[in-house]
Design a protein around this ligand. Structure first.
Ligand code: NAD
Ligand code: TYD
Length: 377
């Protein structure tokens, strides 16, 4: 029996983590704590919202007293912290909100957990504060090869497996933090606070840094759902710069599976990088998306290539992200379950089959869901 708060459970990744834990652990009590910002959508959790081991609480992680009371009331012994402002473009326009939620919000959660757990006779025994972070804290990697070979080239990961890469360096857990965007700077700061609470107070913390996620329920401001929806409606696809930037993509359910393994078996005070050695240039992914959407809609494959529209580059646009997740694979035996081709096919199908979900998000109707479903409960 465990009582776990999952913050940000109404968001993209959080909803997959909540679903996995609610279904897999009927003996656990899962409390989804979410403020429901524009990114929170309770329709993401329709299939589990009536389960007896699930509770939704609308709350801001910055509300220290509220979180403390909730922890006392629910005798919380585990926190899986995903709530954050997560979109780089928004962080460029409004960095204050990112510092407030990602830094102050994380600190407020840490303080509440500290106050509650230190008040118990057993203190931190059996407790866990698990902070979900991003690979973007490490900064950006170059696209270089020592012998001048043109990327992508085949290389061997420290796990021993071969994969395609766009450069010879990878993000490992020991790398120094070099965030460039206000988003990654705020996430980096929150990671430092979490580690400081372990080092200073002995709080049992774990931090993981994951690569770009894709899959169902992602808010359509991010590349993959935005572009699938635009291709469907034959709207222009705004490609930043030359589309040459490289991201390392992981299917969201595989991230949730990693979170499950690490929450239960990860070592306290450790950091684990999560990724599937799956680097892609934006423009190549975009072509895959166009071909897949066209094929599934019965259009001639590639008919929508002319939607590609090169626009002004994102300020400070990180060139390449590439995660080395061999520590996680070696120590805890986690591996991604899906190949990218399979994951992208599933993802495109999901968005095409769930047009109502997409329409509710793009029209803003999804924000009424809380009032309809929860206000009178
Ligand atoms: P998201 O933007 O889809 O969801 C964020 C959720 O947090 C929303 O439900 C929102 O309502 C909630 N939230 C925001 N501010 C809050 C506050 N002050 N109090 C309570 N709830 C609040 O984000 P996501 O893409 O699911 O990312 C989740 C976490 O994973 C973030 O911490 C992010 O940094 C990290 N991450 C994301 C990716 C990715 O590719 N999306 C990759 C690695 C790590
Ligand atoms: P995004 O999904 O915003 O994730 P992140 O910036 O956290 O990696 O963007 C993924 C990549 O796609 C990134 O290199 C920026 C690029 N991009 C575009 O070219 N056009 C777009 O409209 C968006 C949203 C992103």
């Amino acid at each position: 029996m465990r009582n776990i708060i999952i913050t940000g459970g109404a968001g993209f990744i959080g909803s997959h983590v909540v679903r996995l834990f609610v279904n897999k652990y009927p003996n656990y009590r899962i409390i989804n704590l979410d403020k429901l910002t524009y990114a929170g959508n309770l329709a993401n959790l329709k299939d589990i919202e009536d389960k007896p081991n699930y509770r939704f609480v609308r709350m801001d992680i910055c509300d220290f007293q509220g979180v403390l009371q909730l922890m006392q009331e629910e005798k919380v012994d585990g926190i899986i912290h995903l709530a954050a402002e997560s979109h780089v473009d928004r962080s460029i326009k409004d960095p204050f909100t990112f510092a407030q939620t990602n830094v102050m919000g994380t600190l407020s959660l840490l303080q509440a957990a500290k106050a509650y757990w230190e008040s118990l006779p057993e203190k931190y025994e059996g407790k866990r504060f698990y902070h979900i972070s991003t690979d973007e804290v490490y900064g950006a990697l170059q696209m270089t090869h020592p012998e001048g070979i043109e990327p992508p080239f085949t290389t061997k990961a420290s796990s021993g497996k071969h994969h395609l890469a766009y450069g010879e360096k990878f993000f490992t857990e020991e790398l120094k933090y070099q965030p460039h965007s206000p988003y990654s700077a705020a996430k980096a700061s929150s990671d430092h606070f979490v580690r400081a609470f372990h080092d200073t107070f002995g709080m049992p913390t774990i931090v993981t840094n994951c690569s770009n996620n894709y899959g169902p329920y992602q808010f359509p401001e991010k590349l993959i759902p935005l572009f699938i929806n635009n291709i469907r409606h034959r709207k222009p696809l705004p490609v930043y710069g030359k589309g040459e930037n490289v991201r390392d993509w992981l299917y969201v359910v595989d991230h949730a599976r990693a979170i499950d393994v690490i929450f239960h078996e990860g070592k306290i005070a450790e950091t684990y990088n999560i990724g599937g050695f799956n680097e892609w240039k934006n423009i190549d992914i975009i072509k895959v998306l166009i071909n897949t959407v066209d094929r599934l809609l019965g259009r001639p494959e590639g008919a929508d290539m002319d939607l590609i529209t090169y626009v002004t580059d994102r300020a400070g646009h990180d060139l390449r992200y590439a995660i080395d997740s061999s520590k996680l694979q070696r120590e805890l035996g986690w591996e991604p379950s899906l190949q990218f081709e399979e994951g992208i096919e599933k993802t495109v199908r999901w968005y095409l089959d769930n047009q109502e979900w997409m329409d509710n998000v793009t029209s803003g109707d999804y924000q009424k869901y809380y009032d309809d479903m929860y206000k009178n409960r």
